[in-house]
Design a binder for this molecule. Structure first.
Ligand code: AMP
Ligand code: MG
Length: 472
């Protein structure tokens, strides 16, 4: 038996989901199986077959459903989204006692599919596999990838492409949009049931608070604030921070148009559909806060008599939580311990220096780290055409940096956009070697791997990825 399922979400009332079997596919084949993750989460990988991972065979104990949710997409309200191309097979409990969803994504049409085909392309599946696993290795809370299988079917996007199914693992797939779904329907009983479920599952300490719902809301707010800080410290731009892509667990979810900054500029946007720069690198805290305000509003009917005051107080937790996480993280990147006024000023000044210098974000911190280790900052200075602003910053920074700290937080390897695109382009022609190699390099991002130095490099001008497309 691959999974020892213990399904809790399916015990909620019927307005939370629809029972939904995956739609079988022509000829499934395993592309990638995450043995290490399987062990960690209590899944018997040996018992997993392509047929199970593609949805052709329903494993014992599964109770497949498509979950209901709503959401604000780029600020616009959509009262019904839901799993249009995914089914939740069930939940497993890991060796760490953590409950996790096992979801098949790309598993065919559901009652929430609207005009979509319910499928996912091999490119989109491998992209999510690569980047979500890289984020996990980088230490960022995220959904995980247990497996990728091809379906043996072609699906139509811009042209035809191989179809695939991703087995996604998440602490849950409950989103801000899940609460919004029931709020919009004025279903207060459902809101309360969902809040109880979330408290028990993700915020058990909140159960003991005077107001468990308020405590849960604060918990979500703080986790989102810290998550966005972690993203930004790695130069990560999520790209589609809609409320349906904002997980209540605090995990990163949805790897559609995400990208990592090469040359630093705070207003960087990659997603081709984000024309206003709503989800630009430096706009992410404000957008996460906006999402949390939507969550607070959705919880209004169960926040008690002074709901508005309670919501306001909870939302006030966001800014300090973000600022503290961001600046203490930034301090660590420059080898300084703790969040002080001086460190904040150094961080702000450095972001200005990097912006003006148009310097590669990841390389800068790695070269600075190496420079502290060797006492020679030549490689850092070489990144700049005009080194004067950097020199000034270096003087203010001083020489108290802790190189061990810097090595722990400044990755050598990130999923650089041009490398991800290269791996996906090869996969589309049937060559999985670049995917395998990139995946391997990214599984150990903070250690130098002398045999893979080429993966450290910034893109050559002709390799730069200007925009990401929601190639779903
Ligand atoms: P996303 O952009 O992946 O966050 O998806 C937004 C909504 O569109 C969700 O409700 C998805 O289930 C749905 N969706 C995306 N792609 C498809 C597809 N190919 N078929 C059906 N529904 C889809
Ligand atoms: Mg989504």
């Amino acid at each position: 038996m691959p999974f020892q399922f213990d399904n809790s979400y399916v015990r909620l009332p019927q307005q939370f989901f629809s029972k939904q079997l995956p739609v079988p596919v022509a000829s499934p084949a395993i592309v990638k199986l995450n043995q290490a993750l399987a062990r960690e989460i209590g899944v018997n990988a040996d018992a997993l077959s392509a047929d199970i991972l593609a949805g052709n065979v329903i494993p014992e104990g599964a109770n497949p459903i498509a979950t209901a949710y709503a959401g604000h997409q780029f600020g616009g309200w959509n009262p019904q989204l839901g799993d249009g191309r995914a089914v939740l097979l069930g939940e497993v409990i890991g060796r760490d006692d953590v409950r996790r969803d096992i979801q098949l994504k790309g598993s065919g049409q559901t009652m929430f599919s609207r005009n979509g085909d319910g499928r996912a392309t091999l490119s989109a599946v491998l992209r999510e596999y690569l980047v979500s696993e890289a984020m996990a290795a980088l230490g960022v809370p995220t959904t995980r990838a247990l497996a990728a299988v091809t379906t043996g079917e072609q699906i139509l996007r811009d042209g035809y492409e191989a179809g695939a199914v991703l087995t996604r693992v998440a602490q849950s797939h409950i989103r801000v949009g899940t609460f919004q779904f029931h709020y919009a329907r004025k279903d207060t009983d459902a809101l309360q049931l969902l809040a109880d479920h979330v408290v028990e599952r993700h915020y058990p300490a909140a159960a003991k608070a005077d107001s468990p719902v308020r405590a849960m809301l604060e918990g979500v707010i703080v986790k989102q604030a810290e998550l966005v800080a972690q993203w930004m410290l790695l130069g990560f731009i999520h790209g589609v921070m809609n409320t349906d892509n904002s997980a209540i667990s605090g995990e990163t979810i949805d790897y559609g148009p995400c990208a990592f900054i090469d040359d630093f500029h705070p207003e960087t946007v990659f997603s081709s559909i984000d024309r206003q720069g709503r989800y630009a690198w430096n706009n992410q805290p404000e957008m996460a806060h906006w999402n949390m305000a939507q969550l607070a509003q959705a919880l209004g009917p169960i926040l008690g008599e002074d709901a508005e005051v309670e919501a306001q107080k909870a939302l006030e937790r966001f800014a300090p939580a973000f600022t503290k996480a961001f600046y203490s993280g930034f301090s660590a990147k420059i080898g300084l311990v703790g969040d002080t006024e001086t460190h904040r000023a150094l961080a702000t000044e450095l972001m200005g220096v990097l912006t003006v210098g148009e310097v590669d974000f990841t390389l800068f911190f790695r070269h600075l780290t190496a420079g502290v280790r060797t006492g020679d900052l030549a490689d850092v200075k070489d990144l700049f055409t005009n080194v004067a602003p950097l020199d000034e910053w270096l003087v203010n920074w001083g020489s108290n940096a802790d190189v061990f700290l810097m090595e722990q937080v400044n990755p050598v390897f990130i999923p650089r956009n041009h490398r991800v695109e290269e791996a996906l382009a090869a996969a589309r022609t049937g060559d999985l070697e670049p995917f395998e190699k990139l995946h391997k390099v990214l599984s150990n991002p903070y250690r130098e791997q002398t045999e893979h130095v080429e993966y450290e490099n910034a893109p050559q001008p002709e390799e730069i990825v200007q925009a990401t497309f929601c190639g779903t």
